[in-house]
Write a protein of this length. Sequence first.
Length: 152
Amino acid sequence: MIDDVDSPWTHENMMVLQRTTLPEQFDVWMRIPTVQRFNKDYLTVRSERMKNHLKERMSLTDPQILSFPQEYYYTYAQLGASRFPVFGEKQKARRGRSSYGNLHLDGPEVWPNYHWGSYFDNHEAIQGRIVSWWKEKLLKEQKEKKRKEQNS
């Protein structure tokens, strides 16, 4: 649900509703600042605004908050960094680069998006590079072995 297309697509302005396995229950996803992830007061205020916004858009419903995100119940030390970080465009040039031939980067910072196909494509590319490296290594070893046999 996007309220105002011209405003930033964060907070209550853009909410993603995802049906759960339970009937008539949905998960609501909102993008909030990373620094507010573990701020209970901030999450409580945002949840109330979300609830009011949903009431306005769906007048015949009475949305309730059944549970908050994990960040509400745990600390940063317990959960760690976000699984889905947001990277700036300026960082795009640095993503996925390594100066080591035997280091293959994999993770959100190198995937073009969080679609399962992106995970698979990146894993397939890594596998291709490893197989190629292995074949080159075997070829070199075979050539070295032949050279030694010829010199013997």
